[in-house]
Design a protein around this ligand. Structure first.
Ligand code: AMP
Ligand code: FES
Ligand code: ZN
Length: 291
């Protein structure tokens, strides 16, 4: 790990990885040992490595798998659910499963097709539905926070996209912790935000975690992947680029050195149907989509 000037064997890498995550949790005041957590588990390497790490650190962490219905009975969603469930069973952990089709009537691809949203790609519909369900289950379960497996590569790619377009509103909000600014909003945390994707992959492999290797079939050609590749090239040229790009951004923001708009409290009120907070009059975006 050239950015840390550190080279570790398998055994010490595992120890380092777990304690580095704990230091990230403390540095960003994510949660404490008495908090009950919900981990959003996709069956991929990042979220399973996160669940594994939080359980090893002694946190009370349940999992949430959202069944999107991508790829039919033996496709991507079914296979990733299998990985998440097998991990939960092997470690004696609780996994909540929300199957979108069984709960709401249609799978993500069916909903995207019917509503014609996303120009043939279900990703925007999928993102909206996942955010709604994660928020609902976190609040209904009384969890202190929702943890996702976003890593440094994810965060740096989003930061690059937002910076290139000077999306100052998004930049003001991009953070490892999103506070629950409203009683209907769950607190969200990203304990892997300082870890490279290579590191989470190495952890999953060395630890022997069985995860789904495939990406969602709709992800190919996604813009985030393009920005990740750009950052990979920069990283190859000067190691540590992503680390300093993202962490120096967070540091400068904390010190008030970036000219970003003050975070305005949006005018939120409960959706008439589901009760989740929304800026829209009447129905929230999730309920409008289904309607
Ligand atoms: P992605 O947006 O696919 O890169 O995923 C980012 C994070 O969202 C993952 O690390 C998981 O924590 C969570 N996530 C993605 N898909 C699912 C899913 N189907 N069920 C539960 N959590 C998910
Ligand atoms: Fe949601 Fe691919 S469209 S994971
Ligand atoms: Zn609603």
């Amino acid at each position: 790990m050239r950015h840390h000037r550190l080279a570790l064997c398998a055994e010490h890498f595992l120890d380092w990885f777990v304690s580095y995550t704990q230091r990230t949790i403390e540095e960003f005041h994510m949660f404490s040992s008495s908090d009950r957590l919900l981990v959003a588990v996709s069956g991929g390497k990042d979220s399973l490595a996160l669940w594994d790490t939080l359980a090893r650190l002694g946190y009370q962490a349940d999992g949430l798998y959202i069944g999107l219905g991508i790829g039919g009975d033996e496709g991507y969603s079914a296979a990733s659910q299998g990985k998440a469930q097998a991990f939960a069973d092997a470690h004696g952990l609780t996994l909540h499963v929300v199957d979108i089709k069984k709960t709401y009537g249609e799978s993500i691809p069916e909903l995207a097709r019917r509503t014609g949203r996303g120009r043939g790609k279900p990703c925007s519909v999928c993102g909206l539905v996942k955010r709604h369900v994660m928020n609902r289950v976190t609040l209904e379960g009384g969890y202190a926070a929702l943890a996702t497996g976003h890593n440094l590569d994810d965060e740096a790619a989003v930061l690059l996209q937002n910076t290139l377009r000077w999306q100052t509103g998004y930049l003001a909000r991009q953070a490892p912790v999103l506070e629950a600014t409203h009683p209907g909003l769950a607190r969200k945390v990203k304990p892997f935000c300082r870890l490279y994707e290579r590191e989470t992959a190495a952890y999953a492999l060395v630890r022997g975690i069985d995860y789904i290797y495939d990406e969602c079939p709709h992800a190919s050609g996604a813009t985030t992947i393009f920005y990740k590749e750009l950052l990979n090239r920069l990283e190859g040229h000067s190691p540590g680029t992503r680390h300093s790009f993202y962490l120096d951004f967070l540091r400068a923001k904390k010190k008030g050195q970036l000219l970003l708009p003050a975070e305005e409290e949006p005018d939120l009120h409960p959706c008439q149907q589901c009760g989740q907070p929304t800026t829209a009059p009447g129905l929230c975006a999730f309920c409008r989509l289904w309607a």
